[in-house]
Design a protein. Structure first.
Length: 171
């Protein structure tokens, strides 16, 4: 199969901008708490930038506010990237931008506990990762990882007859 370059796509035209040039939007309904911000920092430090910040032609952030926040406030991220962030520029109306922000955040989904059990078990048993390593990498505690590693834990806890969030329900 022949590869094709789509030069008219935002992802094909990434530009690096100083965080001081960017402006937060005033409509983002998404909140990221400290543990998740720590995971985001860990990802940027370990894996680098894998996803650009989406901005308007006037440097207003559409998506990526929390990556921007880390890049403009965290000393380690600033040291690594010099206050620069990769950006994809989109030309959208304000309504289109607002809806895109929500769509991107909602599309990220939720983790299903059974799948988390399978994933944690595999990286522990097949790839030799320790419980503390797994806990750090997923932003969990040792107790959470140990719980996820238990065989039949969901049956033992009688999950089907308890009220939990939808993340605990296998699909």
């Amino acid at each position: 199969m022949k590869s094709t370059v789509f030069t008219n796509e935002p992802i094909s035209n990434i530009i690096w901008k100083a965080t001081s040039e960017l402006v937060a939007n005033d409509y983002n309904p998404n909140v990221v708490f400290t543990p998740e911000m720590n995971l985001l920092k860990l990802s940027l430090m370990l894996n680098g930038w894998i996803q650009p910040i989406l901005i308007t032609q006037h440097n207003v952030i559409i998506d990526g506010f929390h990556r921007f926040t880390l890049s403009s406030r965290d000393k380690d991220i600033i040291a690594k990237y010099g206050g620069m962030v990769p950006c994809a520029v989109l030309t959208l109306t304000e309504a289109e931008r607002m809806l895109l922000t929500v769509r991107i955040n909602r599309a990220k989904g939720s983790h299903i506990a059974i799948k988390m059990h399978e994933l944690v078990t595999k990286v522990h048993l097949e790839h030799g990762m320790t419980i503390p390593e797994i806990a750090k990498q997923i932003g969990g505690t040792k107790a959470e990882v140990e719980l996820l590693l238990k065989e039949n834990v969901f049956k033992a806890l009688d999950i089907e007859n308890k009220q939990y969030s939808k993340a605990w329900v296998p699909k």
